[in-house]
Design a protein around this ligand. Structure first.
Ligand code: FEO
Length: 404
């Protein structure tokens, strides 16, 4: 296994996890755990990988230098996908200084047996001179854990922001221009929609801070996915857009169906929306195994939609379980609380009182969605007039969206 030199004296020495398909509720087509070796007169390793990837990291480092020659480790983030190989590395390098935030130190101590670790706690603005290369540290609390930190390589103008600007994808490409601009941004959108949404105000504040410090960022080397070397400005602009809640004339419809009635309603809404020339994405949840229908794929669509419709049949007076799962996830992320409003309402078929619609309406409100009616329910199967009403509601929603 080999390192890849990303600029002179800076190497990607990360791990590719081709097989991971689920990570705390996020479905993913594999991922990478990016670590970087910065070689000046002294040598620093930035971040590591998930437990079990020790060999990949060590072999890639060994293709550049003897790992015993590493002088410093930088731990930007405690979460195990970036620190899981530290126990091995700190054993190989007894006494090696580990640079992290105060919260980072506390977090590492809760995760690992750190009695022999040599912590060097840093604050924003502190630097580490490697001789010819200088690392500057910038605390980034809650982006996305309390311990998070960005590291900036002054001479080459590379930002190592850990999770921020990342994408969960395993591929042979290491750079945005190799994977392609559109695919890189698409994967970054999914990552943002599932992980960064609740942190939007902190993203905007941090980007302002980076600007006010006069940090010129030429390259962004995140801890997952491809490195932004050709489209760094595009991903920065996308983060600003997403964090401000900017979205498209688009509606996402998410639902499940028991005997096809709620499905017929979803399709009628979609027809009405399309008639008004507004983009629509229709997501039948089922088991989430079909392309684009798992909760984490849907969140990428919710992010750039101006409206979200959620439908469920009643099941024992409750939500359909797949819809309950989606709403639980949605309430945690709260995409309706980004800078601009998102509209929505509930729909579904029921034999009894329509309690599923009331539950969806409450959950949409918890997620910050501006609910524009109390939901549209039908008893058993929707008849022709009821389906026409669904189309009409779709048209009305699309017209509202076009005025936003
Ligand atoms: Fe990629 Fe917060 O871990």
């Amino acid at each position: 296994m080999k390192a890849i030199e990303i600029v002179k004296g800076v190497y990607w020495v990360g791990a590719i996890d081709w097989n991971i398909r689920e990570y705390h509720g996020y479905t993913l087509p594999g991922t990478t755990y990016n670590a970087y070796l910065v070689v000046g007169d002294k040598i620093a390793l930035i971040d590591s990988a998930y437990p079990g990837f020790d060999d990949q990291i060590i072999q890639r480092i060994s293709s550049v230098v003897d790992p015993q020659k590493i002088d410093y480790i930088v731990g930007n983030h405690v979460e195990e996908d970036h620190s899981g190989t530290l126990p091995t590395l700190t054993k190989m390098l007894p006494g090696v200084p580990l640079y992290c935030t105060a919260n980072g130190k506390a977090g590492f101590m809760k995760h690992y047996d750190t009695q022999d670790w040599n912590f060097k706690v840093v604050k924003s603005g502190e630097t580490l001179d490697l001789g010819g290369k200088t690392l500057a540290f910038l605390e980034a609390p809650l982006l996305h854990w309390p311990d998070s930190m960005f590291t900036y390589l002054v001479e080459e103008k590379i930002l190592f922001p850990n999770d921020a600007f990342g994408q969960h994808i395993a591929s042979s490409e290491r750079f945005d221009d190799e994977l392609g601009r559109d695919e890189s941004l698409k994967q970054a959108q999914k990552f943002y929609g599932n992980l960064i949404v609740p942190l939007a105000p902190k993203v905007l504040k941090k980007l302002d801070e980076v600007g006010s410090l006069g940090l010129d960022v030429k390259m962004i080397a995140p801890s997952h996915g491809v490195i932004w070397r050709s489209y760094a400005a595009d991903i920065l602009n996308a983060y600003i857009r997403w964090s401000k809640g900017e979205s498209k004339n688009k509606v996402t419809i998410v639902y499940d169906t028991m005997h096809g009635s709620t499905d017929a309603m979803a399709q009628a809404f979609a027809e009405g929306i399309m008639e008004e020339g507004v983009e629509v994405k229709v997501c039948l949840l089922k088991d989430g195994k079909n392309e684009g229908t798992h909760r984490s794929a849907i969140m990428a669509d919710v992010l750039d939609s101006k409206a979200l419709l959620v439908g469920s049949p009643n099941l024992q007076g409750q939500l359909y379980p797949t819809v309950a799962d989606f709403l639980c996830y949605l309430k945690g992320l709260k995409p309706g609380k980004l800078g601009k409003k998102k509209l929505g309402f509930a729909f579904g078929s029921h034999g009894g009182s329509g309690s599923a619609i009331r539950a969806i309406t409450a959950d949409l409100r918890s997620a910050g969605i501006e609910v524009i009616n109390e939901g549209f329910g039908v008893n058993y199967r929707p008849n022709k007039q009821e389906l026409q009403r669904c189309e009409e509601l779709g048209r009305e929603l699309a017209m509202k969206i076009k005025e936003m």
